[in-house]
Design a protein. Structure first.
Length: 336
């Protein structure tokens, strides 16, 4: 098929990507055990990273020519990117104006929340797997829970709402802490979403047999919080299954990426910090935009390369297939 005639980022299975996840850096100031080893990783060098101008140009092509209307800046830890506020401001000035959000571990958010709001950022997702300081240090290998909680509070105060909290439960570490984490979020008006641990750790230590499943999480929460599923028809391409708490209006979400994959409704595409298009979080191949961009390719040529990259997207991530192979890049280098 001649993808040059396509208006958006369609694939051969009829899905159209309208949600772009942009990694701004592969660096992180935590060392979460389900993501990377304690000593960290070999980070990308500065020349390998897209510049601020290059990021904004590619985002602009996605919005103006390819039908993308949601931008999520991620990392690594995107707050470590010095030009973050400027990138957000330039992105929110695009026409049509996309919805712009940020996924962060929250460290440093207390200092930047208001500036990000003033730049036009709509909301944030903050990773927080526990509210116990000792468990946080065990998981993240850093004593920074106070900074994360301060970041959540600052985001709420700045109006970066709804403030969403992402949590991963690890067997034998925080797997019994779901109720207290939900209580914490309900009391403060945060929207909590539990995410099944995925095979994206740099150590390749993921084991499905020890993964805490969505059903286990729901079993912990259902009776105590009177959970009831919301209207599935309103879910669309959202990855989270949503449940009302005590009849609503507050909700909790479960993202069952492994046990109940939602690949058939996926509308996401990813751009790594070094300018590679990934059509799936678990893809083992990438399409290079950085080289043609730096070699003088026009916006139209870059858009066409992007279309062609998406057209070959597979029908699903294949985690449940015996032949599944984990991506060589870990989550910190892909961008969530």
């Amino acid at each position: 098929m001649d993808t040059t005639t396509q208006l958006g980022l369609a694939d051969s299975y009829g899905r159209v990507a309208t949600d772009l996840r942009v990694s701004l850096t592969d660096r992180c100031n935590l060392r979460c055990s389900y993501c990377m080893p304690e000593e960290g990783l070999d980070w990308l060098s500065k020349p390998e990273l897209l510049t601020d101008d290059e990021i904004v140009r590619l985002v602009s092509i996605a919005v103006r020519q390819l039908g993308v209307h949601e931008i999520r800046f991620t990392g690594g830890e995107p707050l470590l990117r010095r030009g973050l506020v400027g990138i957000v401001a330039r992105t929110t000035e695009l026409a049509p104006r996309p919805q712009v959000s940020l996924t962060t571990n929250g460290i440093g958010l207390a200092r930047q929340a208001q500036a990000l709001k003033d730049a036009g950022l709509d909301r944030v997702n903050v990773s927080l797997d526990t509210i116990r300081p000792d468990t946080f240090q065990q998981l993240a290998r850093r004593d920074r829970i106070k900074d994360v909680i301060a970041g959540l509070e600052a985001a709420q105060t700045a109006g970066l709402t709804p403030v969403k909290v992402n949590a991963v439960l690890m067997r034998g570490v925080n797997d019994q802490q779901a109720p207290e984490l939900l209580e914490f979020c309900l009391e403060r008006g945060y929207e909590l979403r539990f995410i099944e641990q995925m095979p994206l750790d740099a150590q390749h230590g993921w084991n499905r047999a020890t993964m805490v499943t969505a059903d286990e999480i729901l079993e912990q929460l259902a009776d105590r919080f009177g959970l009831e599923p919301t209207d599935a028809a309103t879910r669309g391409s959202a990855p989270a299954e949503s449940f009302t708490v005590h009849g609503g209006p507050q909700t909790v979400g479960i993202i069952a990426s492994v046990t109940r994959p939602f690949c058939g409704d996926c509308d996401r595409v990813r751009l790594t910090a070094d300018g590679q298009v990934r059509d799936c979080l678990f893809a083992r191949t990438e399409s290079d935009l950085r080289t043609p961009l730096r070699d003088g390719a026009s916006d139209e040529e870059l858009a066409d390369r992007w279309r062609r990259a998406m057209w070959k997207k597979l029908p699903g991530h294949g985690i449940n297939d015996p032949s599944f192979l984990q991506p060589t890049r870990p989550m910190s280098a892909i961008g969530g």
